[in-house]
Design a protein around this ligand. Structure first.
Ligand code: ZN
Length: 576
């Protein structure tokens, strides 16, 4: 922890003191560490309101001004237990019971005491600028039988200027929140009837997915991937062999009995693709084999961690598995990296962080396999001049991997591509090919996803573009707006011409004023508005307005069609 974190932690203590002074019966829970700030869980007699947060902040400012030293005392566990029991703090007592230490560290500021195992700033006076942000529910130890605690989130910085900049960033993130934009742009929803974490894609969202899938299939075909389709459920025996039931079961939905056999909804597609590989004898000449699929997988996530599209219980994975000979491993990794840069580039991402995770202490597979695989991953990254950080020993027990994160418009990083070698599943499923020596050998197997989860990726896209997608992804690319009823038939003709040219175009012939309909199309972030009045009708033209507010004036239908087509085909970020 650095000085800033010590200060934020101390700010949490000051928050707790302020709460106790306002609510003498408050029970103090843990203060979980958070990025860029602090948080603290409380059991309180009532729900905190935004007005409460302002009152608490004022109380905190008073405590900071008091310049109270934060005094550490180290005491035996029993003594600490007694101290918090006397103060009516059962959660603190439970936290002490959890500690694996004979001595407990207690910090005191004036009459207030709190538990904390690390260092803090010396005095409340050293706390800089802070702000309380919001209150969320916090389950106590995931126990559904206990009342939810209230988690107060705050942020703190050394100076007022840094705090203001951070709060502005948070407001921008809230403005771009994909759940809010998902509603406003009518992209997707969730339904309690269907279940939490299960996304319902509306037509507008469906159009984005279709655009992405069409592109994905096209570039994969060119890159030598073969399309496969596999079921959503498979027998327990399969997941037994794959090891999922042993190592991954808590992330799987419970099984269901069919004809006396247990079946499971798939959390991954790997065992299915292996069955396809194994459906015939493979020779060294057949390799590499690249099987790709866009498919739904389901994973159990606790309700508390679900977060819109970014963390769902069902999602579409752009999954592929590559089976190759050892001498092909480097070229295959390089191929995946090139495909990744091409695909992510098409979505407007070019700033990456790359991580290479290498062999852990406990690992399956021979040392020379690991060496070859790690070498292939390294050389491929070097060949494309991609700087990377090495997580030495951080690989899975069954193989090394590369992870790639993309940087979005707000400077946040999101995990996307993974290339993972696997020395485990080929053994478990006895996967082989006949080599030049006429004998059976194990192929190298690579799992790879480039977008990761389609749901999550679109969630990131929504926030990255604040809903104003590049034209090739926009659910509706052009909207025809007739000024009066007598212009509608001509608009409909133009709309059909655009649709025939593969452009997603619709028509807004409602009776509202033109300015209202233009404003609405702009709010829907529709790139092009094509307006037809008497003048345009006579000249056989349309007046072109952009979602940015720019007015391109009258253009011929051919010119507009050519412009939109060219912007779509080049996957440009701009509109003209
Ligand atoms: Zn896989």
């Amino acid at each position: 922890m650095n000085d800033l974190e010590h200060m934020r932690r101390a700010c949490g203590h000051v928050l707790a003191e302020a709460i106790v002074s306002l609510f003498p019966d408050a029970k103090l829970g843990p203060g979980p560490s958070v990025e860029d700030g602090f948080s603290y869980d409380f059991e309180l007699p009532r729900r905190l309101t935004p007005a409460d947060l302002r009152t608490i902040e004022e109380r905190m400012a008073g405590i900071v001004k008091r310049d109270a030293p934060l005094v550490l005392s180290v005491m035996p566990r029993d003594e600490a237990r007694r101290l918090f029991a006397e103060r009516g703090q059962p959660y603190k007592v439970a936290l002490i019971d959890d500690l694996d230490a004979d001595l407990v560290r207690i910090y005191r500021q004036s009459d207030f005491v709190d538990l904390w195992s690390g260092p803090l700033v010396a005095s409340t006076r050293e706390i800089g600028a802070f702000k309380l942000l919001n209150v969320t529910d916090a389950p106590w130890r995931d126990d559904p039988n206990r009342p939810l605690l209230q988690r107060v989130h705050g942020t703190a910085f050394p100076t007022q200027g840094e705090l203001a900049a951070h709060v502005a960033r948070l407001e921008e993130a809230a403005r771009r929140d994909h759940r809010r934009l998902g509603r406003e742009l009518d992209l997707f929803s969730f339904s309690d009837e269907v279940g939490p974490g299960l996304v319902l894609w509306h037509p507008n969202g469906g159009r984005i997915i279709t655009a992405i899938e069409t592109y994905w299939r096209d570039v994969h075909e060119r890159a030598g991937y073969e399309p496969v389709f596999t079921p959503n459920i498979g027998r327990g025996r399969l997941w037994e062999t794959s090891g999922h039931l042993q190592f991954f079961q808590e992330s799987m939905f419970p099984g269901m009995a069919v004809d006396g056999h247990e079946y499971y909804v798939k959390p991954m597609s790997c065992p299915f693709h292996i069955q396809i590989y194994k459906s015939s004898v493979r020779s060294y000449r057949d390799l590499p084999i690249r099987l790709g699929e866009l498919t739904n997988v389901y994973r159990y996530e606790r309700a508390g961690v679900l977060h819109g599209l970014l963390r769902a219980r069902g999602f579409k994975q752009d999954d592929a598995h590559i089976f190759c000979r050892p001498d092909q491993a480097f070229a295959e990794v390089l191929g995946v990296i090139d495909l990744t840069l091409q695909i992510l580039g098409a979505f407007g991402f070019s700033d990456y962080r790359v991580f290479l995770s290498t062999r852990p202490q406990k690992a399956l597979g021979a040392a020379e396999q690991w060496h070859l695989a790690e070498d292939a991953l390294r050389r491929a990254l070097d060949a494309r001049h991609l700087p990377y950080e090495v997580d030495a020993g951080g690989g899975a027990f069954y193989g090394p991997k590369i992870d790639l994160k993309i940087r979005d418009a707000l400077g946040r990083y999101w995990q996307c591509m993974t290339i993972q070698f696997d020395f485990n599943l080929p053994e478990r499923f006895d996967v082989s090919y006949v080599a030049e020596d006429g004998r059976e050998h194990r192929p190298y197997m690579l799992h790879r996803a480039i977008l990761g989860s389609m749901e999550r990726f679109i969630g990131v896209l929504i926030e990255h573009y604040a809903g104003a997608f590049p034209v090739w992804l926009a659910p509706v690319q052009a909207r025809l707006i007739p000024i009066a009823d007598r212009h509608t038939a001509f608009c409909e003709q133009i709309r059909q011409r655009l649709v025939d040219a593969g452009i997603r175009a619709d028509l807004d012939a409602r009776s509202q004023r033109v300015s209202y309909r233009i404003r609405e199309a702009q709010l829907q972030k529709i790139p092009y508005m094509l307006i037809v009045g008497d003048r345009e009708l006579d000249a056989g033209m349309v007046a072109v307005r952009l979602r940015t507010g720019e007015d391109l004036g009258p253009r011929s239908i051919d010119a507009v069609l050519g412009l939109i087509r060219q912007i779509i085909d080049s996957r440009a970020q701009h509109l003209v």
